[in-house]
Design a protein around this ligand. Structure first.
Ligand code: F0G
Length: 326
């Protein structure tokens, strides 16, 4: 049986023998070499931490297993989050697994339809807030302060405890630290988690966190966040913050798919932008790819080459495919 993330890292997580483990088989995600992209970036080794292979399709599950297990242990009846979509789906899944209600607040009109469908299907109460993600998060915090719901955004330290395990896996699997970890920066919770992991391991490895240049309007809706909740801990962690505009994001996102076979959502390619631009020093780099491409099929539909209609005839198929060959 696949070990749960909590079982794999029990001694480094805030759980005890009596914590009920709510798991969907998260963590232990692939660490994949990316030789073509490494070549074009002029990097000896480029590794991709493929977090899309978590049960709900994003890295959020690492933190959610810990947050929901702890909420259940404390006798919670409901969990609550504000989300651009991935936290929502993850909270919904783990709450369903635990038999808890999940209430999710999403910014109206700014979340991919696939993430909403996933979250609705998992039985969460989905409330679309008239406002931005930042407005939804403020409302969620106020409501959580009333004490009836456990907030499972990454402001909840249990979430960050779970998320730090990605760094443990990488260091174990490479047999030592890479020269840098590179990841997207939305609210900054994951960057703060990685910094926490490095501090716990006593490692001083550069952390590079890449945000959208136009935070409030980026096409990468997962990281469309105006006021990152973890800005001050990202700053004090010493992480280097870089930015990527939408053209660069789309380019890196498409190259990852076409050259390495990994289909992620646009936000997830943010770290790769910095590496392809040559902004990250080192011979062995690890870039975290945070969420699956199927999370945002509408974005893919906008940029991927359209299918070509052909008659059911071998000659026509040969000539159409020759015309498309790269
Ligand atoms: N990548 C993906 C796929 C995300 O969904 C998010 C954040 C990030 C990166 C940024 O990570 O916030 O820890 O800096 N998604 C949140 C959500 C906001 O609600 O799903 P961060």
């Amino acid at each position: 049986m696949t070990p749960s993330l909590i079982e794999r890292y029990r001694n480094r997580l805030p759980v005890s023998a009596s914590t009920p483990v709510v798991s969907l088989g998260e963590g232990s995600t692939p660490l994949l070499p990316a030789p073509r992209l490494a070549d074009s970036a002029g990097v000896r080794e480029l590794w991709l931490k493929w977090e899309a292979s978590n049960p709900t399709g994003s890295y959020k599950d690492r933190g959610m297993t810990v947050a929901v297990s702890r909420a259940l242990e404390r006798g919670a009846e409901a969990v609550l989050c504000a989300s651009t979509g991935n936290t929502a789906a993850s909270a919904a899944a783990y709450a369903a697994r635990a038999g808890l209600q999940a209430v999710v607040l999403t910014p109206e009109g700014a979340v991919s339809g696939a993430k909403l469908a996933q979250t609705r299907m998992l039985g969460a109460t989905v409330l679309e807030v008239r406002g931005s993600f930042d407005d939804a998060l403020r409302a969620a915090q106020e409501l959580a302060d009333r004490g009836k719901h456990v907030l499972v955004n990454s402001l909840n330290p249990d979430r960050r405890e779970g998320q730090k395990t990605a760094v443990f896996e990488v260091v174990e699997e490479l047999g030592g630290p890479p020269d840098a970890f590179v990841l997207p920066y939305g609210g900054g919770g994951n960057t703060a988690s990685y910094a926490q992991a490095l501090a716990e391991l006593g490692l001083e490895v550069p952390l590079v966190s890449v945000e959208a240049s136009d935070r409030r309007r980026t096409l990468a809706t997962a990281i469309r966040i105006g006021e990152p909740a973890h800005a001050s801990s990202v700053e004090s962690s010493g992480a280097r913050v870089l930015d990527a505009d939408d053209d660069a994001l789309v380019d890196a996102w498409r190259r990852l798919a076409e050259e390495e076979g990994l289909f992620c959502e646009p936000s997830s390619a943010a770290g790769l932008v910095a590496v392809l631009r040559g902004d990250v020093a080192g011979e062995r780099l690890v870039v975290t790819i945070t969420g699956h491409g199927l999370k945002d099929p509408a974005a893919a539909d906008r940029y991927a080459p359209p299918p070509v209609a052909v008659p059911a005839d071998p000659e026509a198929i040969v000539s159409a495919s020759a015309a498309r060959k790269r």
